[in-house]
Design a protein around this ligand. Structure first.
Ligand SMILES: [Zn+2]
Length: 62
């Protein structure tokens, strides 16, 4: 059975393990009604529309 010739250093081991917990890039899409960037398959936080219809009432006080 093959045995490693030398011990992997902590740095080498951590560099190898780091490849598995890379952060994935957040998917982004733009709202068709207001053009604001929002997450796909989510209600737009800026205008409150989803699928071409108003689903949330957004106050425009501020
Ligand atoms: Zn919107």
């Amino acid at each position: 059975m093959a045995v490693p010739k030398t011990k992997k250093s902590k740095s080498r081991m951590r560099m190898r393990k780091a490849t598995t917990h890379k952060r994935s890039i957040a998917a982004a899409s733009t709202c068709p009604s207001c053009g604001e960037s929002r997450l796909p398959h989510r209600v737009c936080p800026a205008c409150g529309t989803y699928g071409g219809r108003q689903v949330l009432s957004i106050s425009v006080d501020d």
